[in-house]
Design a binder for this molecule. Structure first.
Ligand code: AMP
Ligand code: ZN
Length: 113
Protein backbone atom coordinates (compact mmCIF):
# COMPACT_ATOMS: atom_id res chain seq x y z
CA UNK A 1 0.00 0.00 0.00
CA UNK A 2 2.85 2.36 0.84
CA UNK A 3 4.28 2.07 -2.65
CA UNK A 4 0.89 2.10 -4.42
CA UNK A 5 0.61 4.89 -7.00
CA UNK A 6 -3.13 5.27 -6.52
CA UNK A 7 -2.86 5.40 -2.71
CA UNK A 8 -0.23 8.10 -3.16
CA UNK A 9 -2.54 10.01 -5.50
CA UNK A 10 -5.36 9.64 -2.95
CA UNK A 11 -3.12 11.11 -0.25
CA UNK A 12 -1.98 13.94 -2.55
CA UNK A 13 1.61 12.70 -2.50
CA UNK A 14 1.82 12.56 -6.29
CA UNK A 15 -0.07 14.83 -8.66
CA UNK A 16 -2.97 13.77 -10.85
CA UNK A 17 -5.67 15.33 -12.96
CA UNK A 18 -8.58 14.64 -10.63
CA UNK A 19 -11.98 15.26 -12.19
CA UNK A 20 -14.18 13.94 -9.37
CA UNK A 21 -13.78 12.95 -5.74
CA UNK A 22 -16.01 11.99 -2.84
CA UNK A 23 -15.55 10.02 0.40
CA UNK A 24 -15.48 6.61 -1.36
CA UNK A 25 -13.81 7.14 -4.76
CA UNK A 26 -11.99 9.43 -7.13
CA UNK A 27 -11.85 9.77 -10.90
CA UNK A 28 -8.60 10.87 -12.55
CA UNK A 29 -7.40 11.20 -16.13
CA UNK A 30 -5.24 8.27 -17.22
CA UNK A 31 -1.66 9.42 -17.73
CA UNK A 32 -1.30 7.22 -20.84
CA UNK A 33 -4.71 7.30 -22.56
CA UNK A 34 -5.81 4.23 -24.54
CA UNK A 35 -8.84 6.03 -26.02
CA UNK A 36 -9.63 9.65 -26.87
CA UNK A 37 -11.23 10.00 -23.48
CA UNK A 38 -9.72 7.78 -20.74
CA UNK A 39 -10.45 8.13 -17.03
CA UNK A 40 -9.75 5.85 -14.09
CA UNK A 41 -12.35 5.43 -11.38
CA UNK A 42 -10.50 4.44 -8.20
CA UNK A 43 -12.18 3.28 -4.99
CA UNK A 44 -10.37 4.78 -2.00
CA UNK A 45 -9.78 1.39 -0.35
CA UNK A 46 -6.65 -0.44 -1.47
CA UNK A 47 -7.43 -3.93 -2.78
CA UNK A 48 -6.08 -5.72 -5.84
CA UNK A 49 -8.68 -8.18 -7.04
CA UNK A 50 -12.44 -8.60 -7.07
CA UNK A 51 -11.86 -11.96 -5.37
CA UNK A 52 -10.24 -10.16 -2.42
CA UNK A 53 -12.98 -7.62 -1.70
CA UNK A 54 -14.07 -6.98 1.86
CA UNK A 55 -17.64 -5.83 2.57
CA UNK A 56 -16.43 -2.24 2.74
CA UNK A 57 -14.60 -2.64 -0.58
CA UNK A 58 -17.86 -3.91 -2.08
CA UNK A 59 -19.68 -0.82 -0.88
CA UNK A 60 -17.06 1.39 -2.52
CA UNK A 61 -17.11 -0.50 -5.82
CA UNK A 62 -20.90 -0.42 -5.95
CA UNK A 63 -20.72 3.30 -5.28
CA UNK A 64 -18.30 3.68 -8.22
CA UNK A 65 -20.67 1.84 -10.55
CA UNK A 66 -23.64 3.93 -9.44
CA UNK A 67 -21.75 7.23 -9.63
CA UNK A 68 -20.15 6.89 -13.07
CA UNK A 69 -23.51 7.08 -14.92
CA UNK A 70 -24.44 10.17 -12.93
CA UNK A 71 -21.32 11.87 -14.29
CA UNK A 72 -21.90 11.00 -17.96
CA UNK A 73 -22.43 14.61 -19.00
CA UNK A 74 -19.59 15.99 -16.88
CA UNK A 75 -17.12 13.44 -18.24
CA UNK A 76 -18.30 13.62 -21.87
CA UNK A 77 -19.59 10.04 -21.93
CA UNK A 78 -22.92 10.71 -23.63
CA UNK A 79 -21.97 8.92 -26.86
CA UNK A 80 -21.35 5.69 -24.95
CA UNK A 81 -18.45 4.31 -22.99
CA UNK A 82 -16.66 1.16 -21.98
CA UNK A 83 -15.75 0.11 -18.44
CA UNK A 84 -12.79 -2.25 -17.97
CA UNK A 85 -11.39 -3.83 -14.82
CA UNK A 86 -8.12 -5.63 -15.47
CA UNK A 87 -7.56 -8.56 -13.13
CA UNK A 88 -4.11 -10.09 -12.89
CA UNK A 89 -1.31 -10.97 -15.29
CA UNK A 90 -3.15 -12.07 -18.43
CA UNK A 91 -5.19 -8.89 -18.41
CA UNK A 92 -2.04 -6.82 -18.00
CA UNK A 93 -2.98 -5.33 -14.66
CA UNK A 94 -0.10 -3.00 -13.83
CA UNK A 95 -1.39 -1.11 -10.79
CA UNK A 96 -2.47 -3.44 -8.00
CA UNK A 97 -5.14 -1.17 -6.57
CA UNK A 98 -8.44 -2.07 -8.16
CA UNK A 99 -9.66 0.54 -10.63
CA UNK A 100 -12.22 0.89 -13.41
CA UNK A 101 -11.04 2.19 -16.75
CA UNK A 102 -13.61 4.49 -18.37
CA UNK A 103 -12.97 4.62 -22.10
CA UNK A 104 -14.96 6.84 -24.47
CA UNK A 105 -14.85 9.56 -27.09
CA UNK A 106 -14.61 7.22 -30.08
CA UNK A 107 -16.01 4.04 -31.59
CA UNK A 108 -14.21 1.07 -30.10
CA UNK A 109 -13.44 -2.28 -31.60
CA UNK A 110 -13.23 -5.53 -29.74
CA UNK A 111 -9.72 -6.98 -29.77
CA UNK A 112 -8.34 -8.74 -26.71
CA UNK A 113 -4.69 -8.10 -27.63
P1 AMP B 1 -4.00 -1.43 -15.33
O1 AMP B 1 -2.99 -1.83 -16.38
O2 AMP B 1 -5.38 -1.92 -15.58
O3 AMP B 1 -3.49 -1.77 -13.95
O4 AMP B 1 -4.13 0.14 -15.45
C1 AMP B 1 -3.25 1.04 -14.85
C2 AMP B 1 -3.47 2.36 -15.52
O5 AMP B 1 -2.94 3.38 -14.68
C3 AMP B 1 -2.75 2.49 -16.87
O6 AMP B 1 -3.70 2.79 -17.90
C4 AMP B 1 -1.76 3.64 -16.65
O7 AMP B 1 -1.64 4.47 -17.78
C5 AMP B 1 -2.41 4.39 -15.49
N1 AMP B 1 -1.49 5.15 -14.65
C6 AMP B 1 -0.32 4.74 -14.12
N2 AMP B 1 0.21 5.72 -13.37
C7 AMP B 1 -0.63 6.77 -13.42
C8 AMP B 1 -0.64 8.08 -12.86
N3 AMP B 1 0.36 8.51 -12.08
N4 AMP B 1 -1.68 8.91 -13.14
C9 AMP B 1 -2.68 8.47 -13.93
N5 AMP B 1 -2.75 7.25 -14.48
C10 AMP B 1 -1.74 6.41 -14.24
ZN1 ZN C 1 -3.48 1.54 -3.28
Amino acid sequence: MDDCIFCKIRKGEIPSEKVYEDDKMMIIKDIDPKAKNHFLCIPKNHFKLLSQMTEDDEIQLKHCLKTIPKLEKELGLEGGYRLVINQGDNAGQSVFHLHIHILSGQKMGWTPA
